[in-house]
Design a protein. Structure first.
Length: 631
């Protein structure tokens, strides 16, 4: 984003009319296979470095070449570090095609090209990438498109020079925004799925324009460009990740001290007015990279770039973390099913015609380790159940129960949530000699309370709060045969459990008076689980007590790719995007150890431990206690 200082100094009052005309007509844990960056100096990670080295020598040029407080990284380099890979400039063997001075629509005039290389507009940068990739965009990579500021500078120069009219300025800037939309569409047509599209920051409040009478006009032009850009993306039905850096940086300026900035009006690079491209710590005040907002009249410091990078990560990691909200209810339902199974077994051991009441509790943990599709997610699960069983005949036992399950879950350092369910279950079993079959059906309303997402922005951490509801329904079927060898019983079994979890959509900080740039609206999630269990069980009668064990191989057949939909609240156009959600492993083992027996003729007790093993990224265990009273 190379700017000529004379543009700021010579702005005409007539720009106000052009700005008004334009505004009136313009309506992380995820891993990607690569990062491909297209843009101008705000994303340039050192495109001009070889030319600088040739001009002043490699030693003098070391650490220079970025439009920030060198040698600090720009946001794109930080994002590459977070999601895998690097963001080296494309002319140095990397995947960052951005170049200072680049425009969205066309080539800059000679006065704006800069001292080293001809400027490459958006179409050229994307053509270079597609030529290198055989015309196809990797669908598993992350892409970034950020243009527009240089087009505005060029149009302002044309207005000041008398080569265009006010009406032409408005039309040209609108055409520029639509050209950027066209290049995004081109990327997605080639296969790109995850494309970051950035709003341009408010140019009018940069040091280059802040003291100029036409500041408000340039601010309105910046806003108009963003409006046209996002309107075009929405009208074209392009699912992109919209990055509202305009609102973000406005929030930083409004609360600069909290973000660690002591100067948001003066450029850090000395002398004032010099370009950050060749600016280093040698010609900036001590600590300026962290305490100044601007490196030169229009470019942010490395501290500001770090805030932008954190903001981008929040747009990706936030929806991904929320995907685990649909996973925890699977674990709490498993705890409830364990209590039902314990009650059914106790009731099935009673006399024919006997009604038994039982109460059971289960406590356990379900831990999902950090992986490419989720943050570390740990939940503490509790289940309490009260029910009755009826031994209808030698063969049939029926039952019904009500229950309560809760969980306290953390999403690593990204947040937390609580679940609460009130459940209604019916269940039963059939036994004939060694053959047995059982079923369990459960439905519940699901509540998610105290949902918190922590958003890091530099040295500031925000807490985005929300709550929502949902539902959780499951059906379990089992079939097996027990072979008796005196007091010992062993045999195989097969079981099938289907479960469907729905998490209703919600909006972060929905009751806040003013929406923040980090607030997201999260769409409804559905998680279907279909698990087949094959294994064996054994028991040993020793008087009134029966120790037992069960081992099985579990296989999840519902493993389709799942996404979480998010919409930034501050983007008026309501542009939504999808981020991959947690995906479970396919096979694992499960084991149960326990003992059940009678304390008196009317009172029986069961104590059980259940756990999983060899499960990719997941560890679950639980302890169940059941007491039954026969009537």
């Amino acid at each position: 984003m190379l700017i000529q200082k004379r543009v700021a100094k010579r702005l005409l009052p007539a720009v106000v009319t052009a700005a008004l005309a334009l505004s009136a007509t313009a309506a992380n844990a995820v891993t990607f296979s690569g990062l491909y960056v297209f843009g101008d100096s705000l994303s340039d990670s050192g495109y001009f470095r070889p030319a600088i080295a040739a001009a002043i020598g490699p030693t003098a040029a070391a650490g220079l070449g970025r439009f920030t407080t060198n040698p600090g990284p720009v946001w794109a380099e930080l994002i590459a570090q977070s999601y895998g890979g690097a963001s080296k400039p494309a002319n140095q063997g990397g995947t960052n095609y951005a170049q200072g001075g680049a425009q969205a629509l066309g080539n800059a005039p000679a006065s704006r090209v800069g001292p080293f290389n001809a400027q490459r507009p958006s179409a050229t940068q994307i053509s270079e990438y597609l030529a290198a990739s055989g015309g196809r965009a990797d669908p598993n990579a992350l892409y970034s498109v950020w243009f527009g500021a240089n087009d505005i500078f060029t149009q302002l120069e044309g207005l000041l020079g008398g080569t265009i009219t006010q009406a032409q300025l408005s039309a040209n800037i609108a055409n520029t925004a639509n050209a950027e939309v066209g290049q995004v569409a081109r990327l997605q047509a080639a296969g790109a799925r995850y494309v970051l599209v950035f709003a341009i920051p408010d140019i009018g409040v940069t040091p280059a324009f802040a003291s100029n009478p036409a500041t408000a006009s340039v601010t309105a032009i910046s806003s108009g460009y963003n409006t046209t850009l996002f309107n075009g993306l929405r009208a074209s039905n392009l699912s992109v990740i919209p990055v509202d850096t305009n609102t973000l940086l406005a929030e930083v300026r409004a609360n600069a001290a909290a973000f660690g900035f002591t100067n948001i009006t003066t450029p850090a690079c000395q002398p004032i007015g010099s370009s950050a491209l060749t600016c280093s710590a040698a010609n900036t005040p001590a600590g300026a990279a962290n305490t100044y907002l601007y490196a030169d009249p229009v470019h942010p410091t490395s501290a500001a770039h770090a805030i932008v990078a954190d903001f981008v990560k929040s747009l990706i990691d936030g929806p991904n973390a929320y995907s685990t909200m649909a996973e925890v209810p699977l674990a709490t339902r498993a705890a409830h099913i364990r209590t039902l199974d314990s009650g059914l077994r106790t009731g099935g051991a009673g006399a024919v015609g006997r009604v038994s009441a039982f109460a059971a509790g289960d406590g356990g943990k379900s831990d999902i380790s950090a992986n490419r599709l989720s943050p570390q997610t740990d939940s503490k699960n509790r289940s309490a159940t009260a029910g009755v069983t009826f031994r209808a005949s030698e063969a049939f036992t029926l039952g019904a129960a009500i229950g309560k399950t809760t969980a306290d879950a953390t999403m690593g350092s990204l947040g937390k949530f609580e679940t609460d369910e009130t459940l209604l279950s019916i269940f039963g079993s059939f036994k004939s000699n060694g053959l047995y079959a059982n079923f369990m059906g459960t439905a519940a309303d699901l509540k998610f309370d105290n949902v918190k997402r922590y958003v890091k922005l530099g040295q500031v951490t925000r807490t985005n709060s929300s709550s929502t509801k949902g539902s959780n329904a499951s059906l379990g079927l089992g079939l097996g045969y027990d072979f008796a060898f005196g007091a010992v019983s062993v045999g195989p079994f097969i079981a099938y459990t289907a479960q469907n979890v729905t998490v209703n959509g919600f909006t972060e900080n929905a009751n806040a008076a003013t929406a923040l740039s980090t607030d997201l609206k999260i769409g409804e999630q559905t998680r279907a689980s279909k698990i087949t269990s094959i294994g064996g069980r054994a028991s040993f009668d020793i008087g009134k007590w029966t120790p037992f064990a069960r081992v099985s191989l579990e296989q999840e057949s519902s493993r389709d790719e799942r996404f979480v939909t998010a919409t930034p609240v501050t983007i008026a156009q309501g542009i939504s995007y999808e981020i991959p959600g947690y995906r479970p492993g396919k096979k694992w083992g499960a084991a149960t150890l326990g003992v059940r027996g009678s304390i008196t003729d009317q009172i029986s007790l069961a104590l059980i431990y259940s756990g999983t093993f060899s499960r990719t990224n997941v560890k679950e265990d639980g302890f169940t206690a059941n007491v039954a009273f026969a009537f």
